[in-house]
Design a protein around this ligand. Structure first.
Ligand SMILES: NC(=O)c1ccc[n+]([C@@H]2O[C@H](COP(=O)([O-])OP(=O)(O)OC[C@H]3O[C@@H](n4cnc5c(N)ncnc54)[C@H](O)[C@@H]3O)[C@@H](O)[C@H]2O)c1
Length: 262
């Protein structure tokens, strides 16, 4: 059987669980070799077990990685080339989401979230793109969120302080990073695109979004049903595939029809 990503080599950050793991499963099923670049050893081990159980043992490789650390990002790219002989696709999926402290307005905390969610995507791109350019091209796929577009909050009463909105700020930043990188890298054969998922039923969402709030979330979508991680993966395969060779600098909202920007 031929897959849409046969022979390609991808790094997927944060692929130990959730949407990143779903991306890894789908990329393997489409014929790609995948490096799981995950910071958390328990999540990494669980993700690798799930991938092996699905029959992808030969196509996956774990490189424990902290995307916010430049040396770690560089080591991940180098280890990928060493293991699979190439590097074609980077999926910048990792972020502080499962453990995000949405009400934390401390400037130090805001910086910490930026270091991972935005700066980490840049560090990984910086580490991986030279390997792609060497081979004549590649793909960077960034992960934003519908949270980047949802500016309208209900009235919050008396003014206390200026909020940090750390998660949303970083996810909006990822959209900007996508466009700047796309312009810089296009002439080198590298496309850079972005996926903005809506509220997706992962363990992280179950932790972050109260269960009783979910019907309200789905009511806000055109499709009126919950998003599953597998619903997001087709967009990543498209951006990674040859069909998207002239698509760059774009944001695709996979949210059941909620944000609808543009
Ligand atoms: N689930 C949703 O509703 C939703 C919606 C929109 C966007 N997103 C985005 O999709 C991505 C995945 O979401 P998820 O629900 O699977 O969340 P998640 O928190 O379960 O997954 C993120 C993964 O990234 C890893 N990670 C965190 N910091 C890292 C670092 N410094 N280096 C390497 N790995 C690191 C975590 O250990 C975790 O496995 C995130 O970027 C998230 O912001 C999620």
């Amino acid at each position: 059987m031929t897959g849409r990503l046969d022979g390609r080599v991808a790094i997927i950050t944060g692929a130990g669980q959730g949407i990143g793991l779903a991306y890894a499963q789908r990329f393997c099923a489409e014929g790609a070799s995948v490096v799981v670049a995950e910071i958390d050893p328990d999540r990494a081990a669980a993700g690798m077990t799930a991938l092996r159980d699905a029959g992808h043992g030969d196509a996956v490789h774990l490189v424990q990685t902290d995307i916010a650390d430049e040396d770690s990002a560089q080591a991940c790219a180098a280890a990928t080339v060493e293991r699979f002989g190439a590097l074609d696709i980077l999926v910048n999926n990792a972020a502080i989401y499962h453990d995000i402290e949405n009400q934390n307005n401390d400037p130090g905390y805001l910086k910490q979230v930026f270091d991972v969610n935005l700066h980490g995507a840049w560090l990984m791109s910086r580490a991986c793109v030279p390997h792609m350019v060497e081979r004549g091209g590649g793909r960077v796929i960034n992960q934003s969120s519908s949270a980047a577009y949802l500016y309208q909050l209900p009235p919050m009463g008396e003014f206390r302080e200026v909020g940090a909105f750390s998660y949303s700020q970083t996810k909006w930043g990822v959209i900007g990073l996508t466009k700047f990188l796309a312009v810089q890298l296009g002439e080198h054969g590298v496309t850079v695109n972005c996926i903005a998922p809506g509220v997706t039923m992962t363990e992280a969402t179950r932790k972050q979004v109260p269960e009783e709030f979910m019907p309200f979330v789905t009511m806000m979508t055109a499709m009126k049903r919950e998003l599953q991680p597998e619903d997001i993966t087709g967009a990543a395969v498209f951006f990674a595939s040859d069909d998207a060779r002239m698509v760059t600098g774009q944001v695709l909202c996979v949210d059941g029809g909620m944000a609808m920007p543009g």
